[in-house]
Each structure stands twice: as C-alpha cells, then as structure tokens.
Design a protein around this ligand. Structure first.
Ligand code: A2P
Length: 319
C-alpha cells in the first residue's frame, strides 16, 4: 500500500476507509473486520459520525484476535465545532480515545472552520454559532499542539480549510498542519488548493470521492450530477475493465491525494481497495481534468444560515 510521508514524519496510507454515514452498528462492525482482512490499514473517523464506540469495539476485537497490531493501522478522528476552546480540544480527544479504545490517534483534524457553543451538535438557532473572531482557529490550534505534546495524537491537521485559512494558521502555528481534508472528486478537483498544499508539505485528503450518494436528504441538493454515472468516467472504466468507483479512487492516488471512500459492503470494499492496481494513462488523466466544474456535494449551506455570521463566501473564501 502506497503511503504519504507526512510533515510530522509519520507515514499515512494513501487509501483509507471512510466511516461517515456508516450508522448501522452491525453493518459497520462487519465492514471494519472485512476491510482489515482485505488489507485496509487506515480508518477515517469523526466524533460527529456518532459511531466511534462501534469502531472502537471492532478494533479492539481485531487487536485481541491478533489480526493486526495497533501500530499497523492509521486512525484519524476529528474535533467537532462545539469544542474549539483550547481545553475542550483535549477533553474531546480523550473522549474519542475512550470511544475508540485507543491510547493515541494517528491524526486529529479540526473538522470545520466553524464554531458552535459548547454542547451544540447542530445549531437550531443562530445564537448557537460563535464567530471565528471570538474563538479564533489559532486558539484551537494551541489545544491541538498540546495534544501532540501530551502524546494523545501523532499528527494534527485541518479539514475544509481554504488557502486563505491555511495561510492564516501558518502565521501562528508552531506545529504545521500535516493534512487538509477537503471534498474532492473530478467535479471538484481542488487543483489550486492541492498545489498550495504540495508547496507547503501539507497532504490533501479527498472526502466524498464517490459523491456520497448515501447522504441524508437535508445535505443534498436537487439535480446533483452523478460521478459514478458520468460517461467519461464510465468509458475509462470500460477501457481498463474496472468500475467507475475504481477510476475515481485511482485518479486521486495517481495525484498523490489521500482518499477515503466509504463502504459497508464486502464486495465494494474489495473493489475499492483493488482500485490501487488500475493504471490510468496520460490520456485518461487529461480527460478527467476536463470534468472539473467546481461542484460541491457538501456545499456548506448547513453552516451558513442567515444571521449566523457565516456565509458561503467566508466559509470557502471563494466568490
Ligand atoms: P455502500 O456503503 O453501500 O457501499 P463517498 O465515499 O463518496 O461518501 O460515497 C459513499 C457511497 O458510495 C455509499 O453510498 C457507498 O455505499 C457507495 N459506494 C462505495 N463504494 C462503491 C462502489 N465501488 N461502487 C458504487 N458505490 C459505492
């Protein structure tokens, strides 16, 4: 398995398993065991996915059964928006470590550059938002750095950060972010952001690489384009006797982007893992490059209700 050498010195497997929306405990437990048996050595988690206890139990069983050792698997988790205060960062990591039954995380990310009042899972009132002026990322980052010093986490990073926000963070960070996890796929290639990250030795991870078709209705918009049904992707898949999902995954690996497709289905887990063995040629890469349309499946409207202080403009730093 190809790995990415992070700026912290640790190696991160380029292909990982996404767990967002894996909310059926039995299905998730089986999927994790299947994934590890297939060869996955990187699991992407987050507190807000509300499934870390199930993941922790499955991991513990895998360790107990001697199937893998802790140090052989890379585990990421993410800080939720209600815990950006410095002391809450440590509390939050400790809670995740308990749920995952781990002594350390390989990577911990600030999930969104958005703050909520403590205890707010999803704001129902605008008063439950806190502006980044009042609780700046630089303060949250101090908590993240403390977590590294305390040995709770090996590498730290961010998610959903623009170049502007990365530059801002760079001004005060003692430990530089190792990773920026963002939505990416052929309709949202993030070329500029990737170039910036490469220039700063920050790894980029692509979430929703297959278009996250299993999202709940409230985070979906009408007439979304389909990656898996796209004619160019399908043609390239036919050419390589592969599946569209494998093309979408391998395209990221070939750009040296870490990718975390989610699946709880044994056949699709295997298929996605085997994407690494497909070889895309220059013509395939050039054709996929034409598909970019800056389309976000996770467009952020959820974080930007009127009166919250957050807008799509100040969330993404795009016009
Ligand atoms: P399932 O979990 O039943 O396999 P994303 O990673 O972009 O969030 O996408 C996840 C969605 O894509 C889930 O609905 C998942 O369903 C589905 N999926 C995962 N792997 C494949 C695949 N190889 N082919 C088609 N759909 C897939």
């Amino acid at each position: 398995m190809q790995t990415y050498k992070l700026n912290s010195g640790y190696e991160m497997p380029l292909l990982g398993l996404g767990t967002w929306k894996a909310d059926n405990p039995k299905e998730l437990r089986n999927a994790l065991k299947e994934a590890v048996n297939i060869g996955y050595r990187h699991i992407d988690c987050a507190k807000i996915y509300e499934n870390e206890k199930v993941i922790g139990k499955a991991l513990n069983e895998l360790f107990q059964e001697g199937i893998i050792k802790r140090e052989e698997i890379f585990i990421t988790s993410k800080l939720w928006c209600d815990s950006h205060a410095k002391t809450d960062v440590i509390r939050s990591i400790n809670s995740t470590l308990r749920d995952l039954q781990l002594e350390y995380l390989d990577l911990y990310l600030i999930h969104w550059p958005v703050c909520f009042t403590k205890g707010t899972i999803f704001p129902s009132r605008t008063e439950e938002f806190i502006s980044l002026e009042n609780l700046p990322i630089s303060k949250t980052w101090k908590g993240m750095e403390r977590a590294v010093e305390e040995g709770l986490v090996r590498s730290i990073g961010v998610s959903n950060f623009s170049i502007k926000k990365l530059e801002e963070l760079d001004k005060t960070a003692t430990i530089k972010p190792a990773v920026n996890q963002v939505e990416s796929h052929p309709f949202l290639q993030q070329t500029k952001l990737l170039e910036y990250c490469n220039s700063k030795n920050i790894a980029m991870t692509a979430y929703s690489p297959l278009g996250s078709r299993d999202r709940a209705g409230f985070v979906k918009s009408e007439n979304e384009p389909s990656l898996l049904d796209n004619s160019i992707i399908k043609k390239i898949a036919e050419k390589h006797e592969a599946t569209p999902a494998q093309i979408l995954i391998k395209w990221q690996l070939q750009r040296n982007v870490i990718v975390i497709p989610k699946s709880v289905n044994a056949g699709r887990l295997k298929q996605n893992f085997e994407a690494q063995f497909v070889e895309l040629d220059n013509e395939d890469m050039a054709q996929i490059a034409t598909l970019d349309r800056h389309f976000r499946y996770i467009n952020g409207t959820f974080f930007t209700p009127k009166g919250s202080g957050y807008t799509l403009h100040n969330l993404w730093d795009e016009d």
